[in-house]
Ligand binder design. Structure first.
Ligand SMILES: C[S@@+](CC[C@H](N)C(=O)[O-])C[C@H]1O[C@@H](n2cnc3c(N)ncnc32)[C@H](O)[C@@H]1O
Ligand SMILES: [Zn+2]
Length: 419
């Protein structure tokens, strides 16, 4: 196992309000009275009992069985009970059954994971943190831990432990590993314990974790592997995990996933079928991780490029349609504007897309006003008695504003439509 070397320079942790980014478009968020909002894709993320909720989808509708179970049972008394006995009863049983009788313990595993992180300070990501089993035990005055999980009951339990024990610098957020609410390169280390086997696409999950880490930062994982000892050697146990949407891989397969996701220096250690491994984010891994991601392409385009692109494309389309259909350009312009407005309004109704963000309705209002103004001034200008420079100029200005609003609308629609 690798043990991370101490950093030469002290780490300056970013301020709390700079941690979170939109999980969908990864842009900065702005505070709302009861949450955070993304201006770019016009979504709002509520904060519930101090825990921001960044789930972009309803877990109950997920195709993954484990996610559906969490969605259906989260916050019910049964789940709350499980969270209350998780570390005292469930963890020791798991260690003995999967690792082999008395082969390891929660204390030992926390020690292993802490050793991989080493003496790094700064901000650490605890992926699928549960009640912050590991993160709570690793936080300190100079080391902040942000735990993310899809299960509120677990994190609320963790928040209570943190409060009771006065542990500094532990924070929780509800999010899926596949869409982490952080900008690229934020974390000085990442840990992921007991959860990798639950993720439906291990490489995708690791790639998203990789994206949020600094180059060279260590990754510490505890998971279950196909090894001829411990409970995992029984096919029925593996089948159950696969049925739930998870995966049990061999150590070699995990090594392949880790490399494919942009890490290097994979170092495994096993206790029965419990696998603890370390890896390090490859320099330049962040680019490999998001290569071909359509969100990145859209995000990278500057507003000027959007405006220019959409104006050019719609202009060419209109000219082509006007020529081949023999209809006035103004008529096609209005039809296009109406279609765009219709799409924009439809996008608001997308499940989970929006709660009360200010940017989206504002964009619609500007778009509708510009379109109406362009229409009205166009009509006035075409009446012979009114035809004159004033109406013509007003019409030009209104059309220009409509074009800008159209570009904004297209960007919203494209971002909302991307997976
Ligand atoms: C066995 S618990 C491990 C919790 C904690 N890391 C530990 O070791 O005690 C697995 C956790 O993974 C979370 N989880 C499962 N799928 C997830 C996903 N796609 N994104 C984020 N969390 C997920 C579950 O809610 C659950 O809390
Ligand atoms: Zn966004």
């Amino acid at each position: 196992m690798i043990s991370a070397s101490p950093l030469a320079e002290p780490v300056v942790a970013p301020a709390k309000d700079q941690w979170y980014a939109c999980p969908v478009c990864k842009q900065n968020l702005e505070p709302l009275h009861d949450g955070l909002s993304c201006r770019v894709c016009a979504r709002a993320w509520p904060i519930m009992s101090g825990i921001p909720d960044f789930l972009p989808v309803n877990l109950r509708e997920s195709r993954n069985r484990s996610l559906r179970v969490v969605g259906n049972w989260d916050s019910r008394p049964m789940f709350d009970f499980m969270a209350s006995v998780y570390e005292t009863w469930i963890y020791p049983a798991v260690c003995n059954l999967y690792g082999g009788w008395r082969s390891t313990s929660l204390q030992q595993l926390v020690h292993d994971i802490s050793e991989i992180v080493g003496s790094r300070d700064g901000v650490i990501l605890d992926v699928a943190c549960g009640p912050g089993t590991y993160g709570r035990r690793m936080a300190s005055a100079s080391r902040t831990v942000i735990g993310v999980d899809i299960c509120m009951s677990m994190m609320q339990r963790g928040a209570r432990y943190v409060e009771r024990a006065h542990i500094p610098n532990v924070h929780f957020a509800r999010a899926q590993v596949e869409a982490l609410p952080f900008q690229a390169g934020l974390f000085d280390a990442a840990i992921c314990a007991g959860s990798l086997n639950h993720f439906s696409d291990v490489v995708l999950a690791l790639r998203e974790i990789n994206r949020t880490m600094k180059a060279d930062a260590p990754l510490a994982v505890m998971c279950f592997a196909l090894i001829n000892s411990g409970l995992i050697k029984y096919k029925s146990i593996r089948d159950k995990a696969e049925k739930g949407g998870g995966h049990i891989y061999s150590v070699v397969d995990f090594a392949r996933c880790v490399v494919e996701a942009g890490f290097e220096e994979f170092r495994p250690h096993t206790y029965g079928s419990i696998l603890v491994f370390s890896a390090r984010k490859k320099t330049g891994g962040e680019l490999a991780g998001r290569k071909g991601d359509p969100h990145l392409v859209v995000e990278k385009l500057s507003p000027i490029a959007w405006l220019f692109g959409t104006t050019l494309v719609t202009g060419l389309l209109m000219a082509f349609a006007g020529k081949s259909l023999q209809v006035p350009l103004a008529f096609i312009h209005k039809i296009l504007a109406l279609v765009c407005l219709f799409l924009l309004i439809r996008a608001v109704g997308r499940p989970g897309a929006i709660h009360e963000p200010p940017a989206f309705p504002a964009a619609i209002a500007v778009f509708a006003a510009a379109f109406l103004a362009s229409f009205a001034t166009g009509v006035m200008e075409s009446i012979p008695a009114c035809a004159g420079a004033l109406w013509l100029n007003l019409h030009r200005v209104a059309s220009a504003v409509a074009a800008v609003a159209c570009a904004v609308a297209v960007r919203f629609i494209v971002l909302a439509a991307l997976p």
